[in-house]
Design a protein around this ligand. Structure first.
Ligand code: GTP
Ligand code: ZN
Length: 180
């Protein structure tokens, strides 16, 4: 990957041997690998067994989880927040694992719609939830720094499964609690 970054730096007309750039291929390569480290993870590793028995069927919400991903079309970041709700039936997730699941899928080349669905599916599967709701609000740098250059647009995607999909009242409760 370092060689490829050297070539990219040369291709934009730079001198890859000048002092400030000598270590850049390595740094860029390390950074890019980090931003894509979700490919090295799977759901079982990420959960690390942190699924707990709990005698509750009431809604659990984790909101305002920051999210950084890369759009698969331009390899530019999209940045925003993710809100997650689920309705358990006897099993709940370790709190930090919600964020870890988000990161596992966000640190891949993504489109926002697919990312939203992958998070919802993973949570549903891991605890056999009665329903999962995931909302992502994000700004895409490919729309801001280049292309149409719109600075203020925010893309909102949502995936509702199970009871969140079936019952308007449950969906509304979730949306109210995340202040939407
Ligand atoms: N639906 C969706 N589209 C995305 C996402 N990230 C980037 N895109 C869009 O992917 C599209 C790629 O369009 P193309 O016409 O192939 O590429 P482009 O010429 O670089 O497009 P512009 O961005 O319009 O300049 C653009 O409309 C992007 O805004 C995403 O997460 N979801
Ligand atoms: Zn893009």
């Amino acid at each position: 990957m370092e060689e490829y970054f050297s070539k990219i730096i040369e291709a934009v007309g730079e001198d890859v041997t000048r002092e400030g750039l000598v270590d850049t291929p390595k740094r860029a390569s390390d950074a890019f690998k980090f931003l894509n480290n979700g490919y090295e993870k799977n759901l079982d590793d990420v959960l690390n067994g942190a699924i707990f028995q709990a005698d509750t069927e009431d809604m659990v919400i984790v909101k305002d989880i920051e999210l950084y991903s890369l759009c698969e079309h331009h390899l530019l970041p999209f940045i925003g927040k993710c809100h997650v709700g689920y309705l358990p039936q006897g099993k709940v997730l370790g709190l930090s694992k919600v964020a870890r699941i988000i990161d596992m899928y966000a640190r891949r080349l993504q489109i926002q719609e697919k990312l939203t669905k992958q998070i919802a599916d993973a949570i549903e599967k891991s605890i056999n939830a009665r329903g999962v709701a995931v909302v992502i609000e994000a700004k895409h740098l490919c729309m801001m720094m280049r292309g149409v250059e719109k600075q203020n647009s925010v893309m909102t995607t949502s995936v509702m499964t199970g009871i969140f999909r079936e019952e308007i009242s449950t969906r509304s409760e979730f949306l109210n609690l995340i202040n939407r």
